[in-house]
Design a protein around this ligand. Structure first.
Ligand SMILES: [Ca+2]
Ligand SMILES: [Ca+2]
Ligand SMILES: [Ca+2]
Ligand SMILES: [Ca+2]
Length: 320
């Protein structure tokens, strides 16, 4: 047997190398070596294309050929072959295990960049509003993160649990003051450098009937001719209510025992039955406005004006 015919022998049957996922292309991640009395060629034995991420040169250096990503592939198991330069080469094989170490190259990612929640304005502090969820694909501290509300303008109203992303109420809400909050919630990982991302949380405050109606005037005054027909509008009372879309009802609660006046939903006070100044020349009505839970009161003074309706009758009587 000639000297050139001795088969190569790898120094190790298994090589274990470590690299990081952010290593530059062409980085040497390790070197394999086989001994022979002649020159040797190294190559990876084809294995489904994954060896394209690494190549091995004539010195046995294993070189990264393209960017790596631990989140895609953390471990490579390759077979390297050493062969003699002969027409019928003699060969040897070794296993090469390449572990790709993590780098903090992923920010925590929220499942959506916009959340919306509705909470009633009367909700008690402590009530959960919504829970935001993020994930981080990295390992260890690189993949650990915490949540926080980043816009200070709403401090004292909401609090975010740093570990669960649960946002709950800490303060009082009043829809009539602030009907909508826009929170920026950030997830920050513990890697180096720290990576973060932000999501928007829109909290709409729904109305509760927590405001009483208020009459624009504590007293209203009007006048109407005594011969006014039923349906004649005398004046309009107006109550306002700070709650959304209040549906106010008015009614006459006093001062009108004979039912001679009425009030409509619009606040219009009208003549309901024929009047007679000689009987009553002045009315003082108590008018209520209610939103179903709260009531406001106003006073409505109505003077009945003389329509001079008795004199012609008297003259006719005297003429008869
Ligand atoms: Ca990573
Ligand atoms: Ca990360
Ligand atoms: Ca109300
Ligand atoms: Ca309200």
């Amino acid at each position: 047997m000639g000297a050139a015919d001795q088969p190569p022998v790898f120094e190790q049957t298994v090589y274990r190398f470590n690299t990081l996922e952010d290593c530059a292309t062409s980085t040497v991640v390790g070197t394999v070596s086989a001994e022979s009395n002649g020159s040797i060629l190294y190559r990876f034995v084809s294995d489904g294309g994954i060896q394209d991420d690494f190549d091995v040169n004539g010195s046995g250096d294993i070189v990264s050929m393209r960017p790596l990503d631990r989140e895609t592939r953390e471990m490579y198991e390759l077979i390297v072959r050493a062969e003699t330069r002969a027409s019928l080469p003699l060969v040897a094989h070794a296993r090469v295990l390449i572990h790709v170490g993590d780098v903090n190259d992923n920010a925590p990612r929220f499942e959506t960049d916009r959340y919306a929640a509705v909470i009633a304005e009367g909700s008690a502090p402590g009530m959960q509003v919504i829970q935001v969820v993020a994930e981080d694909a990295d390992l260890g501290l690189n993949g650990q993160f915490y949540y926080m509300i980043s816009n200070e303008s709403v401090s004292g109203v909401f609090v975010c649990d740093s570990s669960t992303g649960s946002i709950s109420l800490t303060g009082e809400l009043d829809r009539e003051s602030v009907s909508e909050y826009r929170l920026s919630v950030v997830a920050v990982d513990r890697g180096v450098p720290r990576l973060s991302s932000t999501t928007q949380v829109i909290v709409m405050v729904s109305d509760e009937n927590d405001n009483a109606p208020v009459f624009r005037q504590s007293t209203y005054s009007g006048a109407v001719n005594e011969d006014a027909l039923p349906g004649t509008i005398i004046l309009v009372v107006v109550a306002i209510d700070a709650d959304s879309a209040p549906s106010l009802m008015y009614h006459i609660a006093g001062g009108d025992v004979l039912g001679q006046f009425g009030v409509r939903r619009s606040g219009e006070i009208y003549v309901n039955k024929l009047l007679d100044r000689e009987e009553t020349a002045h009315y003082q009505l108590t008018v209520l406005a209610t939103d179903g839970a709260h009531t406001a009161v106003t006073t409505v003074n109505i003077n009945i004006l003389d329509a001079n309706d008795n004199s012609p009758v008297c003259e006719q009587v005297s003429l008869d």
